[in-house]
Design a binder for this molecule. Structure first.
Ligand code: 0O2
Length: 208
């Protein structure tokens, strides 16, 4: 298996999605309204991680196009409400088709993980025609992202088998992140107003 060749269309998909989502962010920033997107990142799943998932899901190489998160982009938002705004905007787009939504915010995972996942079919244009690529868009608040990033690196260290004390601490940290999101949402109106005044004063523009 030539992994580099296999991953090329996924890399192109991530690049195009990052560009389009950052463009959404830019357009929001140019209006007087609050921008629900804070920043956007993207990654291609590592070959090791693809292989591990193939074993776990009993997927053969000829069915790899069924794997939904080889191309992954992430949208970070300030408030939980922003997440649902972004989801609603994505549902309206004509350049991608949503095939699944997983709301791990209303139904958080037992680990404490919270995030909103959207799986899409993306029609990628290549020199030999169109290829439909599956991609996963994860939408989360900054607090959810903080927690998930730390937990992900610890997971790597402990291979998913956390000592009890660390698992308990992570659950407490997840609860604290949830409280933080709830508090921020409750003063959401004041924060947005302050941010608008601040960005007008600074003449803030964003070119990324
Ligand atoms: P990476 O970037 O390769 O390390 P599965 O992949 O089988 O676990 P499923 O149902 O295919 O799960 O997809 P799901 O749950 O929608 O998305 C998996 C991705 O969501 C993970 O990718 C993480 O990015 C994120 N995620 C899901 N659960 C957790 C969790 O408990 N903690 C953290 N930190 N992230 C989670 P990978 O596999 O880590 O991808």
């Amino acid at each position: 298996m030539d992994w580099q060749l296999f991953l090329n269309p996924y890399e192109q998909t991530v690049n195009e999605l990052k560009l389009k989502l950052r463009e959404m962010r830019k357009q929001y920033r140019q209006t007087d309204n609050h921008a629900p997107i804070e920043f956007v990142t993207g990654r291609i799943k590592s070959v090791d991680s693809i292989k591990e998932k193939m074993v776990r899901r009993q997927l053969t190489e000829d069915r790899l196009d069924e794997m939904e998160d080889i191309a992954g982009v992430r949208i970070m938002c300030q408030f939980v409400e922003d997440i649902y705004q972004v989801v609603s905007d994505l549902r309206k787009r004509k350049d991608m088709t949503i095939i699944e939504e997983r709301d791990y915010i209303t139904n958080n995972k037992s680990s404490g993980y919270r995030s909103y996942h959207i799986v899409i079919n993306y029609p990628l244009q290549q020199i030999d025609g169109e290829k439909i690529i599956k991609a996963e868009i994860q939408i989360r608040t900054l607090a959810m992202n903080f927690w998930a990033t730390i937990e992900h690196s610890l997971n790597y260290k402990y291979q998913g088998k956390f000592p009890d004390e660390i698992a308990a601490r992570l659950r407490r940290a997840a609860e604290a992140a949830f409280q933080l999101d709830t508090e921020m949402s409750s003063i959401n109106g004041d924060i947005k107003e302050a941010q608008q005044i601040f960005s007008q004063k600074k003449g803030y523009t964003d070119s990324s």
